[in-house]
Design a protein. Sequence first.
Lengths: 244, 111
Amino acid sequence: MTSPSFHKKNGFTTITLLLFLPLAALLAFAFGFIGYIVQYKTKMRSTCLNESLKIEKNLIRSEENLFKLNTLARALRLQLKLAYVELAAALASENPVWVAEVQMKISQIKGQQKNLDWLQQNLIRMAKIQIQTETWLLQNKLSQIAKESNSIWSFYLSSFTKVHLTHASEMAVIRDSPEMGPVYELAQDYEARQRLAYQWHHLFQTKSESQTMLSTQKEFDMSCSVSAQKGKTQWTLSINVDKS
Amino acid sequence: MNNRGQAMIESLLLGCVVIISLFFFLHLALRMQKNILLDELIEQTLICMAQKNPLCLESFRQQLITQKYQKISAAYNQFGNKWSLQLKAETAFNEIIEKESELEYDLAFFP
């Protein structure tokens, strides 16, 4: 047999417990939210930096591969100059066989220069495609990370992240002459042209149906960029992270 | 009447237990939050060092002071592409925090 007073005891204890539950829930909630913001920032920042460094290194590799062909370009240019001197001598000697031989040699050299030019153009084209693809993939990856992070709190927050590519890196090379098979070198403004920079804008606000009394709206911008400087024997990469 | 008095004593005892547990939980949660924020601050400082900014350590100290840390001892080292930061500080509750963090970015590139 349970007396009515026993029921009263139970109710009193339960109510006491219930008073503290919202406070405990609020604490857990605040803790979870800080964790979410920190994790979001860290993941976006580290992905942006690591992947941008990879893209920058691939770009430098492509440029260096192009510069490796400069030795051949210079050799062919010298051979052509010598062949023209030889042609002048052959013409002066009025020896038609020698003239024909030298002319054949000149056309062979020009053919080699044409092949070299095709190879150089191809390298540049491939590098451009590679950089564009990698840049687009990284932008996509950052958007995906933001989307996944935002979905965790979607029951409470409306979040929005827009990732911008603020500066796309490009091959900063110039040819030394308009002729076939030129020598390529780095452009004066290579550092600025090779720079890769992203910016993301994050906005979140409490959903009206879940929070009416304490509505919150917050937004922040973060950016990451990578650039490179050429030294005597090595390239030095610089990273930059900013937030506002 | 006796039963009512007993219920009150029981609930008072239980209330004490709940309040102590709550304070313990609050303390734990705050500690974890501070830890997360400190880790984030250390990583930001390490990235700042990788950016070759000479004011990173001073800025780090200032931020720790703002967060009520005392007796701050912070030192950093760089070995090639690795940046490390050692921190020893005391919280407002006289808890001693010791942390060592490392960051690695391959910034020197030989193609």
